[in-house]
Design a protein around this ligand. Structure first.
Ligand SMILES: Nc1ncnc2c1ncn2[C@@H]1O[C@H](COP(=O)(O)OP(=O)(O)O)[C@@H](O)[C@H]1O
Ligand SMILES: [Mg+2]
Length: 280
């Protein structure tokens, strides 16, 4: 989606409130899955702060905690949900009651933690997740799916529901190897041709772009030849890099959005630039 027609509602008020479908100018939200090969690379941190950055640009944003069994978006946002997606999936609560306003001017659908039933992709999970996304999509400009890491069937199914995928990787060789493996699976199984990349926890300016270039080379050499459906080469779309900075850990410790607490800091600026690229 583009931001040209998004309503410039004040941050933290009306922007967090879903509006009835009929009042929306867009028929359906653009769905972006935020995923990674390796865990602990910054997906949840980025999802929350990117949502705040997009909300500030005037988008009506919903973040869905799609790390269903090990959800922790609530922790990052300092929310204590009484109703989660688990209650919606099991028919104990209405979807409407599970959509909460978050600090930062966006909405969230939170999930439960320690729920082993979400470690496998069952027909119920497939159906419920699809139903929830279909119901909320007309009311927002953008939905961010904060997924789990890796290539389990639950993660791949969640990602398959998105219009676009944003992979988060760090410069560590283990993270890059896992990012490459994930990209390969997404290209060959989901026939994705454009995959967005954010390199988090960089230690020098330019490191992210250089890593993206290296990953692109490996993808050109080993993955593109596997994509035999003739749609063309697989393109990594570099959205930006975020430096390693102690302010991130401190914000998570304080359970604050960095984008709210220190909007002018280098990391917030980096997230803002990523939001601008994503929206363009
Ligand atoms: N740019 C960064 N600089 C410093 N620490 C970071 C950065 N990004 C993430 N972290 C640290 O990594 C932790 C894990 O991030 P999280 O978003 O929970 O990862 P994931 O959702 O991918 O498992 C954060 O709580 C934070 O302490
Ligand atoms: Mg996470």
């Amino acid at each position: 989606m583009s931001t040209d027609s998004a309503k410039p509602e004040p941050v933290g008020s009306a922007a967090a409130t879903p509006v009835p479908a009929a009042a929306g100018t867009k028929p359906r939200a653009r769905i972006t899955a935020i995923s990674s090969g390796k865990g602990g690379v910054g997906k949840t941190f980025l999802s929350a702060n990117l949502a705040a950055a997009l909300a500030r640009r005037g988008e009506r944003v919903l973040v869905l905690d799609a790390d269903l069994g090990l959800a922790n978006l609530d922790v990052v946002l300092n929310l204590f949900p009484k109703i989660t997606l688990h209650d919606v999936f099991t028919g104990k609560a209405n979807l409407e009651d599970a959509i909460l306003p978050a600090p930062g001017g966006f909405s969230v659908l939170l999930a439960g933690s320690g729920l082993v039933e979400y470690s496998r992709l069952t027909p119920e999970v497939r159906e419920q997740l699809l139903k929830v996304i279909d119901t909320v999509a007309p009311r927002f400009d953008r939905i961010l799916l904060d997924t789990g890491a890796g290539i389990s069937d639950v993660v791949l199914y969640t990602v398959s529901l998105a219009d676009e995928v944003l992979i988060v990787a760090t410069p560590e060789p283990t993270s890059l190897t896992d990012a490459y493996a994930t990209i390969k699976v997404l290209a060959t199984q989901q026939h994705r041709r454009a995959i967005r990349l954010v390199v988090n926890q960089t230690s020098r300016p330019g490191e992210g772009r250089s890593i993206c270039g290296q990953l692109q080379q490996v993808v050109d050499r080993f993955v593109t030849p596997l994509a035999t459906d003739g749609i063309g080469p697989i393109k990594l779309d570099f959205l930006g890099e975020i430096p390693t900075d102690s302010v991130v850990r401190e914000a998570v410790q304080r359970r604050q959005l960095l984008f709210e607490a220190l909007p002018g800091c280098t990391v917030a600026k980096a997230v803002s630039d990523i939001a601008a690229k994503l929206a363009s």
